[in-house]
Design a protein around this ligand. Structure first.
Ligand code: SF4
Ligand code: SF4
Length: 138
């Protein structure tokens, strides 16, 4: 592999690491009760098989570059992350930072299946930065 190939591979790995970052995830123990969805201040929770959008419940509009560097169309419908159970969009979850002291989904979940992803943890500054980016007017 030449140096350009190596650089390209490293850049892709870096992007992958950004992509898989999750603040809170819903495990397959979810019973689809729906209690968590209305509690999310970022509209980051969706019912299984439902499409999602960056602009749902946020101020994002049109083509934007997220704090993690990803360029997206905020108005475009995105594929469901799960077809079976409620799911959380990692790019929209801030662990409720900027709104509440603790994750609201975890607080209401009757089976305690909203849990932190211990493999990949975001800093508080990063989470607050995401919150301000999605809700600059707050
Ligand atoms: S932790 Fe907060 S922001 Fe993240 S999905 Fe749960 S309710 Fe939404
Ligand atoms: S509150 Fe818990 S069990 Fe109910 S839909 Fe949300 S994650 Fe699933």
């Amino acid at each position: 592999m030449n140096c350009f190939g190596f650089t390209f591979a490293a850049a892709n790995l870096s992007k992958l690491k950004i992509k898989i970052v999750m603040a809170i995830i819903i495990t397959d123990e979810c019973i689809n009760c729906g209690a968590c969805e209305p509690e999310c201040p970022n509209t980051a929770i969706y019912e299984g098989a439902d499409d999602w959008r960056y602009n749902d419940g946020t101020s994002l509009d049109g083509n934007v570059v997220l704090p993690n560097g990803k360029a997206v169309d905020a108005d475009e419908a995105q594929e469901p992350i799960s077809d079976e159970i409620y799911y959380i969009v990692p790019d929209k979850c801030t662990e409720c930072k900027g709104f509440h002291e603790e994750p609201q989904c975890a607080a209401v979940c009757p089976v305690d299946c909203c849990v932190p992803d211990e493999d990949v943890v975001e800093t508080e500054d990063e989470l607050l930065g995401k919150q301000r980016f999605m809700h600059p007017e707050d």
